[in-house]
Design a protein around this ligand. Structure first.
Ligand SMILES: [Zn+2]
Length: 318
């Protein structure tokens, strides 16, 4: 059983489909250095059943498809989702449910793995694969997490849980108002459904690696080999539109921009420190929090459409 008792703690691993850009933001000193790095996953030792070799062999049970067979399977999955989903009625869908992720996962397991993913999952755990939509993932397109609880006193390990999360924020910001070609995993996407399929394929490759090798990294050769051979991926990153890019192209606002806005009817001015779903504005304030530049600011979290670009006062660095 998966225990959430206070005397147990999880060991876990995550893999992100990351964006090309890296974020550098100003942190309050109290938060600086407080970011937790994923610890290595230490779950039940199951002997690895697959190590990629120089022969370029896929793991047993996974059929190798030709490029045209891969494209045909992609198309069948696309059409089956359009036919079966309650929410996805056209390729640039405006709603998505976890049921759609379940349909998608099953379609991939059937057409690309002949049911191997479900079988490996059943061998490893009695917990079902968790599929989740995330509106809080604003730079990672997808994330695969493996978690296992361990009782600190007895050292006894509980069930392993596997989860795939997909960012709805990035999907719905893309194929919207910002017009430019979008690649995911090195493949140009025509529409939102194409992008969703590529995200799911990337995360399925992480899941497969976790199930076969107990570790997964899309920076490493085994992952790249699997993603290229099974799905034809040529990259491990995405170019989906972030709110940061949309802020710059649609609103002329970037990190560091000086902006004006109304807060509870009061005019305020400050600097954009971070752009996620909304923009975080630092307004200079004697009673605010001390930040890493040695100055004090109050923090405001404002929708992009309510911000007006402005010139900073002479007292502010340009
Ligand atoms: Zn990845």
């Amino acid at each position: 059983m998966l225990s959430e008792e206070p005397d147990s703690r999880p060991t876990w691993a995550t893999s992100h489909l990351r964006h090309y850009e890296k974020n550098r933001i100003l942190d309050p000193p109290s938060n600086a250095g407080n970011h937790q790095n994923p610890r290595p996953c230490r779950y039940n030792p199951i002997p690895p059943t697959f190590e990629p070799d120089s022969q370029g062999m896929l793991p047993p049970g996974i059929p190798r498809k030709t490029p045209s067979e891969i494209q045909q399977a992609f198309l069948e999955i696309r059409n089956s989702l359009l036919a079966q989903s309650e929410a996805i009625k056209h390729p640039n869908f405006e709603a998505l449910s976890t049921g759609d992720l379940a349909l998608l996962f099953s379609a991939y397991d059937e057409r690309f793995f002949h049911g191997l993913l479900e079988k490996l999952l059943n061998d490893r755990t009695s917990l079902p694969l968790r599929l989740r939509l995330s509106s809080r993932m604003t730079s990672s397109g997808g994330k695969t997490t493996v978690k296992q609880w361990r009782d600190i006193k007895s050292g006894q390990l509980g069930e392993i849980s596997y989860e795939i999360a997909i960012s709805t924020t990035l999907l719905f910001l893309s194929f919207r108002d910002v017009q430019r070609p979008i690649q995911v995993c090195g493949v140009t996407c025509r529409d939102r459904l194409d992008a969703l399929q590529r995200l799911m394929e990337h995360e399925i490759t992480h899941l497969l690696e976790y199930l076969l090798r107990e570790e997964s990294s899309c920076n490493k050769t085994p992952f790249k080999f699997l993603a290229a051979t099974i799905f034809g991926h040529t990259d491990t990153r995405h170019q989906l539109i972030s709110q940061k890019e949309r802020a710059a192209t649609q609103f002329g606002i970037r990190r560091g921009s000086w902006v004006r806005f109304l807060y509870e009817g009061q005019p305020m001015e400050g600097r954009v420190n971070r752009i996620t779903k909304r923009a975080t504005i630092l307004v200079p304030s004697k009673t605010g929090t001390l930040y890493s530049d040695g100055r004090k600011y109050s923090n405001f979290y404002i929708p992009l459409g309510l911000l007006d670009p402005a010139d900073p006062p002479p007292s502010e660095p340009r």
